[in-house]
Design a protein around this ligand. Structure first.
Ligand code: FES
Length: 552
């Protein structure tokens, strides 16, 4: 047997030499191929499938389970398939180039007073960061900065003119780290592997640099004129961006090594901006309430609100902050990846072909797919709409089981291997297991919300506004939030979508230096409710598993 085999991924080329017996997933990671592994190789998520032609199938070890084979080739799980000879595998197109990413958010206007100043002189210019001289340049440069939202799933970069405060261009893409796990915990696990942290940090920075080049090209400016980057993101994303080991975030007491509110040299991180450029990391509250949320507090002015206001960002974690009587309370609950399409049979991200809205009335029902193309899967907002329709009609019972005696309001009942499922189209189905995943996510969010309200001693009916941040929240209909039970009906009626407040807050931090001190002081007084230490959380979670309390 040869000492190594060559694995080639298409479209590419992404090539790696690995030892015989290695999995295709290990080879993909070595080749830095864009293959996703949301469950980090546990064989659960089913999203690491690659296509092998008949010849390639013979290069696998014989005990690999092959699904969907028809003599023309087959899809196999890359984390399950071990190679014994040279092989080529094709990564199916997931439509990620057409991701629907929300790249705008509401922000309270502040005066223009950036941290960075460029002072022009006849023989060039000097660049100042506050009182510190960071560069003396022989010729004039523009005064530019970037605001960055490092999401667990997506990246957004906005180019800002620091002399006018105006946004010149924005670009977004999938976070390349999705190849190393879908959620924060799988990234923490991957970081612990040999070269895991530098591999993910490089992948992230490479992805950001692509977006930096894009915004510069769109605005017709040079990246060397960008003197500062403000990096918003959850606590784990900031650790990885700064190449700081995120391991402490994965074990009790879940304390971050990096608390933000500080500058780093952008060049040391590998960011493609001016050689003298700085990277500012906003402050974080805790291991699970990060700079995306503190930036959101700043953008929405939550800390100065006279009302009782809930800020909610639903993703793989449900992060929430409550402003009440001059105080801020925060928590984060593990919602799981269902709303990102993971662990859902036909789940996918909000890209072309994803069902993002489902409506039913008077016996008629309709699916809307992003891009107005035939539906190939269902994304988070479509899933919430669908479950809401089914719960309201009684086609899903309080316990989450399909009630198949009556016709469903949407789609048709069908059966596969003795199990009932709901068929929406030839390609798109909803299984009982999918409903269970929604139930778990809903229970986590509702139990987290109950814990937050209890900690702050605030009654549900006293919450006056509910600000829903983030891409997923932007597309959720209040009616479906209530119908699916993701929010109590009384709060769903008060929902306002505020969009990408991480990016909006990062722009505020770029353009107004005083807000950095302000946010640091605000962050220090946020009261964090750690659900891991909350004895009542388990009971609340079980109570919230039931569907059907939309009116409360
Ligand atoms: S099934 Fe292979 S990574 Fe999840």
């Amino acid at each position: 047997m040869s000492a190594s085999v060559e694995v080639r991924f298409l479209p590419g080329p992404f090539i790696a030499d690995v030892k015989p017996g290695s999995t295709l997933l290990a080879a993909a990671r070595k080749a830095r191929a864009p293959l996703e592994a949301p469950c980090d190789g546990a064989g659960i998520c089913g999203k690491c499938r690659v296509w092998l032609d008949p010849e390639a199938l013979t290069a696998l070890e014989s005990d690999v389970e092959v699904g969907g084979g028809n003599g023309q080739g087959a899809l196999v799980l890359a984390c399950d398939a071990r190679v014994r000879a040279d092989i080529a595998a094709t990564i199916p197109d997931r439509g990620d180039k057409n991701l629907a990413i929300v790249d705008h958010g509401l922000a309270t206007a502040r005066s223009l007073a950036p941290h960075i100043a460029v002072v022009h002189a006849p023989d060039g210019c000097t660049v100042w960061a506050g009182q510190e001289l960071i560069a003396s340049l022989p010729s004039a440069v523009a005064n530019l900065g970037i605001a960055v939202d490092i999401g667990t799933t997506t990246l957004v970069v906005a180019l800002v003119d620091l002399d006018s405060g105006s946004e010149l261009a924005v670009a977004s893409a999938l976070n390349p780290q999705t190849a190393y796990g879908h959620d924060v915990l799988s990234r923490i696990h991957f970081a612990a592997e040999r070269d895991g942290l530098p591999t993910m940090q490089r992948a992230l920075v490479d992805g950001l640099n692509v977006l930096i080049r894009q915004v510069c090209q769109r605005a017709g400016v040079d990246a060397s004129h960008i003197h500062e980057a403000v990096l918003g993101g959850n606590t784990c994303m900031l650790h990885i961006a700064a190449a700081v080991d995120p391991a402490p975030l994965g074990r009790s007491p879940y304390r971050p090594s990096l608390t933000g509110g500080s500058h780093l040299r952008a060049a040391e991180l590998g960011l493609g901006i001016a050689a003298h450029g700085l990277a500012y990391l906003p402050p974080v509250v805790s291991g699970f309430v990060g700079a995306d949320i503190t930036a959101g507090i700043l953008a929405t002015d939550l800390h100065r609100s006279q009302q009782t206001v809930l800020l909610l960002d639903i993703g793989t974690n449900g992060e929430m902050v409550l402003a009440h009587a001059g105080e801020l309370w925060a928590t984060s609950t593990a919602a799981g990846p269902a709303f990102e399409g993971v662990n859902i049979e036909c789940g996918m991200r909000a890209a072309h072909g994803a069902v993002d809205a489902v409506t039913a009335s008077g016996g008629n029902w309709e699916l809307h797919a992003i891009g107005d193309v035939p539906a190939i899967g269902i994304c988070g907002s479509g899933l919430v709409d669908l479950v809401s329709c089914l719960v309201r009609s009684g086609a899903i019972g309080r316990n989450g089981r399909f009630a198949t005696k009556a016709a469903p309001p949407v789609g048709n009942w069908d059966e596969r291997e003795g199990r009932c499922l709901l068929r929406l189209s030839r390609e798109v189905v909803l299984t009982q297991k999918d409903v269970r995943q929604v139930q778990l996510a809903k229970a986590a969010i509702r139990a987290g919300l109950d814990a937050l309200l209890a900690g702050a001693k605030v009654r549900r009916q006293d919450v006056e506004r509910v600000l829903v941040a983030g891409s997923f929240g932007y597309h959720l209909r209040p009616d479906s939030l209530a119908g699916s039970g993701l929010l109590p009906g009384s709060l769903a009626a008060k929902v306002e979508a505020v969009g990408n407040t991480c990016k909006a807050g990062a722009i505020t931090l770029l353009t107004n230096d005083d807000t950095r001190r302000e946010l640091k002081a605000v962050t220090a007084r946020v009261r964090s409710i750690e659900l891991a230490n909350d004895a009542a959380f388990g009971r609340r979670f079980v109570e919230q598993m039931a569907f059907g309390d939309a009116s409360t």
